[in-house]
Write a protein that binds this ligand. Sequence first.
Ligand code: SF4
Ligand code: SF4
Length: 592
Amino acid sequence: MAKVKKVLMGNEAIAWALLAQGATVLTSYPGTPASEILASARKFKAEKGLEVWAEWAVNEKVAFEIALTNSWIGGRSAVMMKQVGLNVALDPLMSAAYAGVKGGFVVVSADDPGPYSSQTEQDSRFLAMFAKIPVLDPATPQEAAEMVRRAFELSERHQIPVMLRPTSWICHGRQGFELEEIVQRRQPISLQKDPAHWAAPPRQRFRLHGELNRKVKEVARANTVELLLGDEGADLAVIASGVPFAHLHDVIKGMGIEDRVAVYKVDMPFPLPPGIESSLEGYAEVLVLEEPGAVVELQLRMPVRGRLDGTLPSEGEYTPELVADVLLRLLGSQRERPSRPKEGHRPRLCPGCPHRAAFWALKEALPGGIYPGDIGCYTLGMNLGVVDSFLCMGASVSQAEGFWIALRQAGLPIPPIGATIGDSTFLHAGVPALMDAVHNRASFVLMILDNGTTAMTGRQPTLATGEEGKRPVSIEEVVRGCGVEFIRVVDPYDVETTIQALKEADRFARGEGKGPAVVIARRPCPLLFREESRGVVRINDNCTGCMTCVHDLECPALEEGDGIPVVLEDLCRGCGVCVHVCPVGAIEVVQR
Ligand code: SF4
Ligand code: SF4
């Protein structure tokens, strides 16, 4: 097979390898750090003129089921998501492990130790172990690309889904790669129904469970954990998996302590080879280094150092400094554990972001309210005091209903309830919750922040924006289909109209037995559509220097100056929201 040399981001290399290995159906829902995998696959597909299906699905569950089905009839397939997306796809994952596959099926679930852009720093490897499927844990981007081939081969050999678990460093790290060239492949597809696996009734599932257990044992027997650095005479053995292995390798080489530490590398943290403990028994101490959970550590049947005995922190990312510190401590050197890096400035919505305008209107229209929020860049509405909670995708709607039920049940006064959710998140997981709220006639206002894209993860298309050859989904029709009787569509830059629509929605929702009211705040993300700035802000002589505009809006284009605010003209989009914030009318938008 011809090889090509390229400098790529880890996610691009994973996408390249999936296509080079002949995947014909690739599906995903955007989520950092995994988003660039499908985006890159679509780019390579277009460049190479490939006949593959590369889809942004409505959510991870749907994405999983579409890709799995292609594997059932013999095609190689992959589904990509972030770790919390795997929770959404957990239902089909559990059953797919029982049902098995025919064509290779790779589940890429990217973890976010830290976490940098997630609600949790959960470990996808635990869900692989829970579902009883093998998981590969790359230590470098190059290894991630190489593991794609191994994952497909393993999947086909044992007829089982295989997980590839990169972490943020792998996904976003950039390096030179040597990769197999991408060529269009034809898979041996045949629609041969297999009811014994696809449609086994519950009483027969124990048989599939037994089949799965046998597969896991076979995979475990073929797994190996190799001594890659140091030798068996060392004082300390470290068994390392994923990115911490790469840190460990660099730290040991950098400190010149190769003779004191024996390093075993784990490529497949589940299922571990049987009897692995016997090769570790001769060492005075054994440390397990992995992140962000204790998957290997929990499987070892021998005393080890690691997360569970407090040798390593149970949360947060493992940096090279932290790895160096723990090694020196275990080797008897005194050194303080490095402190965690200080927090930087908190993230803010972009200048001219329509969400800022919508949030300001919400605050004005429903003062003293309770504001359930959701997952997306609009979670930053918390900076403006109008996001009180965010749990997971779609939870703003169910929690708005939940607050209404809880306060009503307790006989307490119910303040205005103003929930917010993005367009993509609404379609992903908000729709069933809205149906439930309509069914129960729960009284709250839901503002759908429709900026025409999945902005936070890199501006992927949504089902509502549509793509060439596909039919866009109408958010209004979906909302109406859920049974909502009050729907208004507004431009959030028109702050006064948005405030009036929200007040009207609140009156409607609080009318006896009317149920939720929906306001769709629609304006495209200025970063995506790169529309011309509408002007620039000038501060006039009325300014008292109170800095309300700077602190209450947190627009990056406005900074505190010497007595009056400073407008950063290069950043200002002329959206005019700050005009509404100034209590003395000192802000004007003028043409550039
Ligand atoms: S809110 Fe108005 S008065 Fe206060 S600093 Fe800003 S421009 Fe000046
Ligand atoms: S300074 Fe005012 S007009 Fe300019 S982008 Fe910020 S909020 Fe909009």
